[in-house]
Structure formats: structure tokens, C-alpha cells
Design a protein around this ligand. Sequence first.
Ligand SMILES: Cc1cc2nc3c(=O)[nH]c(=O)nc-3n(C[C@H](O)[C@H](O)[C@H](O)COP(=O)(O)OP(=O)(O)OC[C@H]3O[C@@H](n4cnc5c(N)ncnc54)[C@H](O)[C@@H]3O)c2cc1C
Ligand code: FES
Length: 279
Amino acid sequence: MFKIVAKKVLSPTVKQFAMAAPQIAKKCQPGQFVIIRIDDEGERVPLTIADFDRDKGIITLLFQEVGASTQQLGQLEEGESILDIAGPLGNPTRIKKMGTVVCIGGGIGTAPVYPIARAMKAAGNRVISIIGARTAELLIFEDEMKNASDELYITTDDGSKGIKGFVTDVLKRLIDEEKLAEVMAIGPVVMMRGVAEVTRPYKIPTVVSLNPIMVDGTGMCGGCRVAVGNESKFACVDGPEFDAHQVDFDTLIARQKMYIPLEKKSCENGRGGCKCHQS
Ligand SMILES: Cc1cc2nc3c(=O)[nH]c(=O)nc-3n(C[C@H](O)[C@H](O)[C@H](O)COP(=O)(O)OP(=O)(O)OC[C@H]3O[C@@H](n4cnc5c(N)ncnc54)[C@H](O)[C@@H]3O)c2cc1C
Ligand code: FES
């Protein structure tokens, strides 16, 4: 069992848990994720490690309540426990001194970008971060990103905070102003595709972290298959980070939509989807 040692409500649908998981905290690196199960009937839910404290043996998970499992998770309180946390999974981010690195977080994607920005700065890079959300109340990790970056830009679609517009608008301006060594973007798939299209003509190395449907997280089930550079890759073991200019985003979006009717049913039934496994 893994105990929730602290819970923060960041917005009505975004919660942050500090979890006691000393073995994972000891080994994990920026860019990696875990797969959790609330109890023995629980779905396997992949969540990125948003922060870690090796001394205290704690990992931080941040999640948006989008369906039955994440809603159930959000109802748990400090002091309660969940059954499993498997990890760390996936490959760590490639961190090295490159020059000026732009770290972009969209919505909940800002959480996994944070440890990457911090590590990029610690490696001696100049870190410019851009965080964006639809509206001000959905912005997360603003202070953390400010501390991890040399410069921070905030964008909101409705202009309620920072610059009115998209993260890509700021990125275009930065490209005009200076030489960028790498762009790292994590957020909604449409945002990551937008970032890839902005940097492609300039051949700026661009990395995205993909979040296809995952089941086992070990490369066995094939659930997380993504097309990258005309090859099939498994995001859980080959990724989750890939060269954005090689990713087939259209196929990724289509595959993510495949399960929407089942996910709706899962919400209607409370949990466990069709419950056919119980009949
Ligand atoms: C490597 C990775 C890291 C992730 N990190 C985070 C994170 O840090 N914070 C966060 O809020 N979300 C993260 N996600 C997405 C998160 O796993 C899903 O939101 C969650 O599984 C939804 O479960 P649900 O039962 O509540 O919703 P459902 O009703 O099952 O699904 C709602 C939506 O979530 C997505 N989803 C559902 N199941 C999965 C699955 N097994 N794998 C991937 N996506 C799924 C689908 O796009 C779906 O449309 C990550 C996904 C991956 C693959
Ligand atoms: S989640 Fe099963 S192969 Fe990646």
C-alpha cells in the first residue's frame, strides 16, 4: 500500500498528491512516469512523476479528473492509501548542456515539464519557459516554473492572465529573437502538434512527451503504439518522449478517440466500465 502523505486541491478538477514511495523516489528521473491502481478492481492509470524528494522518500503526482478512475482518486484524502504504484517507467529526459532551452507546459502538462526545466537549468542551460492554459484558474505550477526558469511567459486563451493567446505565439516570437538549442513541450496533443509545426521549418530539435492509452506499461500489450518516423513505437518503453518532427500526431489523435464511448459508459456506471468481467 502507498500512503497519501499530503493532498492539495489546485483547481476543482486538478489534485496534487505527495505519495510515500521511497523505492521509486530513490531511482526516478525527470520524464518518467508511474502506473497506479487504487484497489484490486482498479484500472491502471499512468501518471507522470511531477516532483520527487529522495530524502523524504516522496513522489508528487498531479492529476486531472477526466473519467471514473481519476474522479475516484480525487476523492481520496490525506492519510488514505492506494494499492499499487509501479515505476519508475519510461525513459528519463535527455538532460545535457545545450544552450537556450525552451520548456513548454500546456494545462496539466506543466507538472511534468517542471522537473525537466529544473534539471535543464541545473545542467547549465538558459531555460525559457512558457506555460499556458485556457483560463487563469487552470494555470498550475506558476511559482515552481518561475524558480526553475531564467524567464517565464504565461499565456491564456482568454487573456485572463499573462499574454492572450497560445504558447505557440510566444514561441514564434522567441524564435525570431534568439537561437534556440531545443524545445521541450508537454500538454494536449493538439498543442504538441502546434509546437512541432512552429519549430519544423527552423529545424529546432523538439521533444514531446506522448500520452497514448497505456495498459501494462512494460511493452507487452501494444496498447500504447504510436507511429514515429514511419516506425511503430511503444510509448511506454521507447518513450514517452519522442522527436516531435517524426511523430504522426493525426494517428495518435484518432487512436485516443477510439475509446471515448467506452469511457463515457465507465463514468455512467461509476467505475469498472461495462462490468462484463464481473458477470
Ligand atoms: C505516460 C503518461 C503520463 C500521464 N501523466 C498524467 C499526469 O501526470 N496527470 C494527468 O492528469 N494525466 C496523465 N496522463 C493521462 C491519464 O493517465 C488519464 O487521464 C487517465 O488514465 C484517465 O483515466 P480515467 O479512468 O479517469 O478516465 P477515462 O474515462 O478512462 O478516460 C478519459 C481520457 O483519459 C485518457 N486515458 C484513459 N485511460 C488512459 C490510459 N490508460 N492511458 C493514457 N490515457 C488514458 C483518454 O484520452 C481518455 O479520453 C498520463 C498518461 C500517460 C500515458
Ligand atoms: S502500455 Fe502496453 S505496450 Fe506500452
